[in-house]
Design a binder for this molecule. Structure first.
Ligand code: NAP
Length: 505
């Protein structure tokens, strides 16, 4: 086992949108001694991994990006995955972040040394890293999940998971199934029906679908955004407030939620003429409870001659395909699993040991609880990005991430500037915060009784923030030193680093 000899000021786990954004902001704040670890060999996180046909963001690109790294030349209103990944790479290059990344290094444990205020970061190789502060930026959905379907392992055809697309497989002339009808599936299915001989879509729960107004970005708009960045900022603000308004219907279960149901049903009526199919596709849960689906080509794709929607439950998979509970055996060359992710509602999938040997896995066993979604008492100097109760149901995740990054940078510079051994949020403050969050959650659409990945198996909501993005950002701007126990280092240290801004866009 190699013991590290250097102690970084900060270590970031993950080189996706969040990790690169955190690196840019840390460097801007004058923190220079940091490293980014990523298990893969390339920048991009979820936008590197999700390359399935049709992959794109369902939040407009002008809003699904950081306000501090503008891209005036997005090709479409909702840019495709490849363009988003390229944007993240461009960010890394423009701000000279790439040199700080160690690729192929997978973190598999964190241990806090109380005596020296240093996190030991263990990796699957023999290497260990030491850091005074750690930012966990590995994203909310880093690991895909094969579903628990009887007979899955007996199937002899080709299996593809949406999050690890097999680009070598030629769908032309193939009989294909798609299992799942969530956010990934509604993007994949319209593309697959263009290529496969036929596509059978196995639906368990129909979701609420609203139209996606995707257009190519006009060249004049790109030129204007390039020449007058304030116009792009204005467009972003308009999108932000539009999404913010939708919280009144999508976050809270309110009379306005009924309007979303009417919009969804009107979209269904307009696009699907067959009454039986409309019935199959009509959701039976409150809009917003599960993630809203945004698509204008999903319903039309389902009605293509080579596509069939099947809502009989899957009984088992067999060597030749899928058997549904009506006794039909569906013979298939390939099965696409758009069945979602292994969501870590009980914390990262590796041990994190805090003060006095306490274990985060034990403490979060029945659902994660943090302070302002970003820190957990007993685990000082550690910052969770997209952590517990930070998820938006109505706005861009990156708006929330930006608030988290700013908060983390503020806390990290406090630890470093004040030469603190650690900065640990007080237990009672965290508890009060969570009581408030859980109380507010009871009034939200997410708690209206549907089955979603936002909840633990016991129905505890450890993922979503019950409020407007504006409220979330306000709490993240409000760094209260008094909420923490701050312990100084024994050894005096000359004041850290210059505050010179060393990066440029
Ligand atoms: P998902 O939302 O979890 O959907 C999984 C689908 O598979 C659901 O329809 C689910 O049915 C079905 N399923 C799961 N296990 C099954 C089983 N054993 N038998 C039959 N059906 C099964 O996964 P996802 O579509 O990959 O999306 C996950 C998240 O990724 C989204 O919520 C979103 O946050 C993110 N995402 C974002 C974008 C974007 O454009 N920004 C695009 C794709 C994904 P039930 O509904 O009945 O559980």
């Amino acid at each position: 086992m190699t013991m590290p000899n250097h102690t970084y000021d900060t270590l970031i786990v993950g080189a996706g949108f969040t990790g690169i954004g955190a690196a840019i902001k840390l460097a801007e704040a004058g923190v220079d001694d940091f490293v980014i670890l990523d298990r893969s060999d390339r920048i991009g996180g979820t936008w590197r991994d999700n390359t399935y046909p049709g992959a794109a963001c369902d939040i407009p690109s002008l809003l699904y990006s950081f306000s501090f790294v503008k891209n005036p030349t997005w090709s479409r209103a909702y840019s495709p995955a490849g363009e988003i990944r390229q944007h993240i790479e461009d960010m890394a290059d423009a701000f000279d972040v790439r040199r700080r990344i160690r690729f192929g290094v997978e973190v598999n444990g964190l241990e806090f040394g109380e005596a020296d205020g240093v996190w030991i970061v263990k990796t699957t190789g023999s290497k260990r890293f030491r850091a005074k502060t750690v930012v966990l930026a590995s994203g909310p959905l880093p690991d895909h999940k094969w579903p628990d379907i009887r007979g899955l392992e007996t199937y002899e055809g080709h299996k593809i998971h949406s999050a690890r697309w097999d680009h070598g497989y030629d769908f032309a002339g193939k009989r294909v199934a798609v299992i799942g009808t969530g956010a990934s599936a509604v993007q994949i299915i319209p593309e697959l029906v263009k290529h496969a001989e036929f596509v059978k879509v196995f639906q368990r729960t129909p979701g609420w679908v609203t139209p996606r107004l995707d257009v190519a970005m006009p060249a004049t708009a790109q030129t204007l955004f390039t020449k007058v960045p304030a116009v792009q900022q204005l467009a972003r603000q308009i999108l932000f407030w539009g999404h913010e308004a939708s919280a009144t219907a999508l976050v809270w279960d309110s009379p306005l939620t009924g309007l979303v149901a009417r919009l969804g049903k009107a979209h269904l009526r307009r696009q699907v003429k067959d009454p039986w199919m409309r019935r199959q596709l009509t959701p039976d849960f409150t809009p917003g409870c599960k993630r809203m689906l945004v698509s204008s080509d999903y319903y039309p794709a389902l009605q293509q001659d080579n596509c069939k929607l099947i809502d009989w439950p899957i009984a088992t998979m067999s060597p030749v395909g899928i058997r549904t509970s009506d006794g039909v055996e569906h013979h298939l060359d390939a099965v696409v699993f758009a069945t979602g992710y292994d969501v870590h509602l009980t914390g990262p999938p590796y041990p994190i040991t805090g003060i006095g040997g306490r274990s985060l896995a034990d403490e979060w066993a029945d659902g994660a609880r943090a302070y302002k979604s970003i820190q957990a008492s007993g685990y000082p100097n550690l910052f969770f990005m997209t952590g517990p109760n930070s998820g938006p149901g109505h706005n861009s995740l990156l708006v929330y991430v930006e608030g988290q990054i700013d908060y983390a940078v503020r806390a990290i510079t406090t630890v470093l500037d004040e030469n603190l051994r650690y900065l640990d949020v007080r237990e009672e403050v965290q508890q009060r915060y969570n009581e408030r969050i859980q109380k507010r959650l009871t009034k939200t659409t997410w708690m209206t009784g549907c089955n979603s990945w936002y909840l633990t198996k016991d129905g505890f909501n450890a993922s979503m923030f019950p409020g407007f993005a504006t409220q979330y950002l306000r709490q993240m701007r409000d760094f209260r030193f008094g909420d923490y126990q701050a312990i100084a280092r024994d050894t005096p240290q000359s004041k850290r680093r210059s505050r010179a801004v060393t990066t440029s866009a």
